[in-house]
Design a protein around this ligand. Sequence first.
Ligand code: SF4
Ligand code: SF4
Length: 318
Amino acid sequence: MKNVQTGKIIDIQRYTVHDGPGIRTEVFLKGCPLRCLWCHSPDSQSLEDEIAWFEIKCIGTDSCGKCLEVCPAGALTKGRRLYSKFEKREIQVIELNRDACNNCGRCALVCWPKALYLTGRDMSLSEIMKIIDRDKLYYRKSGGGVTISGGEPMVQYKFVKALLKQCKARGLHVCLDTCGYAQWDHYREVLEYVDLVLYDLKHMDTLQSRRLTGVPNQLILENARRMAAGGVPMQIRVPIIPGYNDSEENIRATGAFCAGLGPSVSQVQILPYHRLGSAKYERLGKKYLLEDLKPPSQEQMEKCREILESCGLKVITG
Ligand code: SF4
Ligand code: SF4
């Protein structure tokens, strides 16, 4: 890991209200060890820079073509002709050969319409804290603060620790949004600076966990137990993916596990599957595997809620 004063950031969003109490600034870090089939931010999975290609933003090689001049790898050529709604005429867009591309990002620097852009950027602690500091008044008035999310923020745990320390030095409330798949030693380094952990649980069966997320679940369950035993305030979050993890058996097992964690868990949040991130896959040259999957119905969500409540848990939806 490089300099802890610099992190690889995918995005920073201000005024968020869904990931922790009150109004928050949310810092999304790049890199994740999981590959959930339903992931809505595939651009955050790799820790490395990746070039994204958003075809409809290209204004055409005849009036621009700057990217063709700067690519050192010969990965860009003139591509197909299409009708551009923005330009209101037929244009010729570029063709990106990902096998030749080394993700150097030079094309993104000259592409002002942002048809080519790099996912992720290096940001210093002071740059991030300047953004966080802008909304201190909102945090105070709303009971909000800062949420560190991803990707999986623990991939950059040293940078996360440095960021959390700065937040706590300012007296800010801090949430850590994590999938639970990181070494316990790394969690131990950051948890003393965290007020609330938003902890994802995806499947209670380890074979299914491996099939759906790419990793087994033992470490995830063990870390949750350790946090709960240490009195770390937690909210558990369960994405409801129809046909993949919403069986009565799995929801019951999830409920029993969460109830067994004891008073550290203040609530369980069930999050209905959505496909808002599916377009990002194409921009990265990746395939979205759940193309035909529909979000759960209200009845399906209600059923999950009832099962979890029957385990004695406080449950919220969405
Ligand atoms: S620099 Fe951007 S807008 Fe210009 S031709 Fe290349 S991709 Fe299209
Ligand atoms: S990222 Fe670099 S190698 Fe890839 S297309 Fe752009 S300029 Fe070429």
